[in-house]
Design a protein around this ligand. Structure first.
Ligand code: GLN
Length: 532
């Protein structure tokens, strides 16, 4: 029977619960256990797909096309796995299931209630990845903070779940943070005590407390937390601030977290092999070179809006011994900011809506004309195609219908056959699709293979009616869908690095396996810097 580790958060949100789960998962995986993470999000949206990355951070996409919470990105990167739609669900999805059942008449005569129906559906969904993948361990993170009104049914559901599976098959980890008062900077444990008290009032006694802190806990602080938390000293784990996220698993390992967890779950601990991970941390904390990548976008004020993109840049940098500094290039002003002259590479990431489009196109023109390495992702490809169409193919009012509905030359457009419209009325091309790479292209060389699978999340395509005209400019459609209709990758020969992809390669990059397109960009940026 699979064991389940429930992870809740206390005191405040945004203290790295997702990274903690990802790290714990990685540690257990490196001990040879199969682990599946799942995130239960108490908000009412059906999924993260319609949420603004500006407020909530990036929308992460799985192979099977689920639009999920960005924590799944942490899980995938730290544990080096590919998750599915079974690994994220929301209150909205839970209620939709119940309402559909209700309309179908499944409850005729009965009253549908939070307990047992909502909690029952939550428990069912928590069990799905276990049923399907039969992992040794499921780690289930409950989003939000204990005490949130909307999280209550989840807390009740995990309490019941643990009771049902029995003491050695489930445990509770609560992630909290130390408080430091002003102005003495003295450490305070009271908010932690209160958060644990609240959790207990819901019937959950945590087995382990992971305490985010900016300096090591003193013996007195630790003792106090253990005493009031009602747990053993060794189950108070310190999660110190780190320079690189990848240090977190090692810090936890130093405190034997995996061993303690396994003991609690009645599993025999195994030796782990963390050498690859240690090497990675050594590398990323001793990078010799530095490059600057200008990221042109509009969600840049929110540090998490392009989380996977920045991570992917870091992965590539780590492999090439370079710290990648990301500067944001505002695309909404009348002119490009001067900073663009100082960057070693330009990246135009994905995005939605018309704002900033012309600025992005101008930035891409700048990259093309000044031989600055450029990588376009999704919207970035669409803007690059418009740029090339306007400037090289002479289609002066080339545009996409999203960016300008009155455009006469929709070079980027909805596909006329609407082949990606889903049953629920969604119109995005979501999830993994294959692309065939043109022999001899830069893309084929970078990937080292002729067929690739990449994750997608977009509505528009390069209009097949314009493929020929675009190719006439020298632009190479170096990746095509298997039927040849859709441009998946483009490149400009003769330019040091001018590549764009319709997909989201950032979702596939891993700390120890950087994605070829990011590697290519960072390598070209390093070469440019060296030549300067
Ligand atoms: N808005 C564009 C589209 O829907 C690009 C989407 C994206 O960059 N992910 O096609």
């Amino acid at each position: 029977m699979a064991k389940t580790i429930f992870v809740t958060g206390g005191v405040v949100s945004g203290i790295g619960k997702g990274i903690t789960v990802a790290s714990l998962g990685a540690l257990l995986k490196y001990k040879g256990f199969s682990v599946i993470p799942i995130k239960a999000d108490p908000y009412l949206n059906e999924d993260a797909g319609t949420m603004n990355p500006f407020q909530h951070g990036e929308v992460f996409v799985t192979d099977d096309g689920a639009e999920t919470d960005l924590d799944l990105g942490h899980y995938e990167r730290f544990m080096d796995i590919a998750l599915t739609k079974l690994s994220n669900f929301t209150t909205g999805a839970v209620y939709r299931t119940l309402m559909e059942q209700e309309r179908r008449g499944d409850y005729l005569g009965k009253t549908i209630q939070v307990v047992p129906h909502v909690t029952g559906e939550i428990k069912r969904r928590l069990g799905l990845p276990i049923e399907k993948y039969q992992p040794d361990i499921l780690i289930a993170e409950v989003g939000g903070t204990v005490g949130d009104l909307e999280a209550l049914p989840f807390i009740e559901a995990i309490r019941q779940y643990a009771l049902e599976v029995g003491r050695h098959n489930a445990m509770f980890v609560h992630v909290v943070k130390m408080d430091y008062i002003y102005p003495s900077d003295e450490g305070k444990t009271k908010p932690i005590q209160q958060s644990v008290a609240m959790l207990r009032s819901y019937g959950i006694v945590p087995d382990m407390l992971i305490v985010r802190c900016k300096r090591p806990l003193t013996a007195a602080e630790r003792e106090k937390i253990a005493l009031f938390g009602g747990i053993a000293d060794e189950n108070v784990v310190e999660a110190l601030d780190v320079n690189s996220l990848y240090e977190v698993p090692l810090n936890l390992e130093r405190q034997h977290v995996a061993r303690v967890v396994l003991k609690r779950l009645g599993l025999k601990s195994r030796k782990s092999n963390l050498s690859e991970w240690k090497q990675l941390v050594r590398r990323v904390t001793h990078l010799k070179k530095t490059i600057t990548i200008g990221m042109v976008g509009k969600y840049l004020d929110h540090p998490d809006a392009y989380l996977s993109v920045s991570e992917a840049l870091r992965h590539a940098g780590a492999a090439l011994d370079a710290k990648v500094q990301i500067v944001s290039i505002d695309a909404e002003g009348r002119r490009l900011p001067k900073q663009i002259q100082l960057v070693d590479g330009i990246l135009v990431p994905g995005g939605f809506g018309i704002r900033g489009i012309e600025g992005k196109i101008t930035a891409i023109r700048y990259a093309r004309e000044h031989n600055i390495p450029f990588l376009g992702i999704c919207l970035g490809l669409q803007c690059a195609v418009i740029e090339v169409a306007r400037d090289l193919a002479g289609l002066t009012d080339a545009n996409s219908s999203e960016f300008d509905p009155k455009t006469t030359q929709p070079v980027v457009d909805y596909l006329p056959d609407q082949r990606h419209v889903t049953e629920l009325g969604g119109t995005l091309r979501l999830g993994t699709y294959q692309a065939r790479l043109k022999a001899g292209s830069q893309a084929a060389e970078l990937f080292g293979q002729s067929k690739i699978w990449e994750r997608h999340r977009h509505r528009y395509e390069v209009n097949p009616a314009y493929h020929k005209q675009l190719e006439g400019t020298g632009l190479v459609l170096s990746g095509l869908s298997p039927d040849g209709d859709l441009a998946e990758l483009i490149e400009l020969p003769g330019h040091p690095y001018f590549l764009a992809t319709q997909s989201h390669p950032e979702f596939l990059s891993r700390p120890t396996r950087p994605h070829p397109l990011f590697l290519g960009l960072v390598a070209a940026a390093l070469a440019k810097q060296k030549a300067a």
